[in-house]
Design a protein around this ligand. Sequence first.
Ligand code: GDP
Length: 434
Amino acid sequence: KSVVAIVGKPNVGKSTIFNRLVGERIAIVEDVPGVTRDRIYAEAEWLNTTFNLIDTGGIEIGDEPLMVQMRTQAEIAIEESDVIIFMIDGKEGVTAADEEVTRMLFKSSKPVVLAVNKMDNPEMRDRIYEFYSLGFGEPYPISGSHGLGLGDLLDEVVKHFPERDIEEDDEDTIHFSLIGRPNVGKSSLVNSILGEERVIVSEVAGTTRDAIDTSFEKDNQDFVIIDTAGMRKRGKVYEKTEKYSVLRALKAIERSDVVLAVLDADTGIIEQDKRIAGYAHEAGKAVIIVVNKWDTVEKDDKTMKEFEDKVRQDFQFLDYAPVVFLSALTKKRMHTLLPRIIQASENHAKRVQTNLLNEVIMDSLALNPTPSIKGRKLKILYATQVAVKPPTFVVFVNDPELMHFTFKRFLENRIREAFGFEGTPIKIYARQRK
Ligand code: GDP
């Protein structure tokens, strides 16, 4: 998917535009308790093309002066995106900071579309000509608060999307990534996986900006590791900011089938771990919780169970994710990882037969009758799987409002028991059918 970044001064209206372009989609995502949604990177759609949008204004770079902030954001945009929307305040005109950004964007080879915001009425639009002088071609007058001009702007943006090579590797290749806070051992895990016996590393491609992709094969199964950790520590200021690493992680997650949420047994679980794992869940990917550095823990026969209970408690939203204990350092239990990844990936792409699905649901209703709300009883007519990755089901009912959370949960558990969806989230939607 192409990536579009918005750059511009503070208060020029970047987040208003960002929210307008991705707004509805964010609202649709179900609420997950304890998971904060990131607002700097999201999917948007125009003319049947989906792309990802970055609001560089959301990446705070400490309390640096304005000029430094803007320079940094422009750098991020240049590095991370295919097309840049450079936004200027039409009321204020071109400022010194805008000129600085202009110089930087010129030096890069990325296509830039100039958006002049706050052009709320037609008279103001006459002033658009002064912005030609910046040298980005036609300036697009928009009004974020009124939602004007966005169509023309996006038409132009979409024109600059690069032709994507169709991904060469076939459907059967499993893409996975490792996410986790610094020092939990992501790089060590990557090395350990690639160093395992009978793993044949075929190709290391530093082709994408975001990550190093390594292809390998084991027992006739092809894998690609998307390694963001290996790209770190190049020394730029912004690479140390948390929002920036989140952006990187989100991009890697998006390209993955399976995400390994890595924890550090030595330091234990902290708030940041939950937030990071939440991103994988929200993206609807298969997830495995990997407890690394298990060698550092003094163990008796209850230790693993206790740690797992703690993980379950802290990561309730990942109740479908298996927990794997291992050590990248001593390689103990490393061999359990790839089979788990394969299993999670298969479940993520699994399709169940409609007749079997309906049998399971009807059988479970015999055990647990549908609820009634204010005397009205939920009726289930039939269900069908409408998508994979993750498996998504639509249940046709007399009134979707009667299908409340706990009953949905009950259905989900029945479906999981019957078909085995370990490692993957599944989604269930209720639709009305009279
Ligand atoms: P990353 O930032 O998540 O990529 O973490 P690194 O792979 O750089 O590892 C951080 C530190 O933890 C390094 O000093 C590693 O040697 C150490 N480390 C990684 N895995 C293990 C492990 O399984 N056991 C122990 N004891 N140390 C580990």
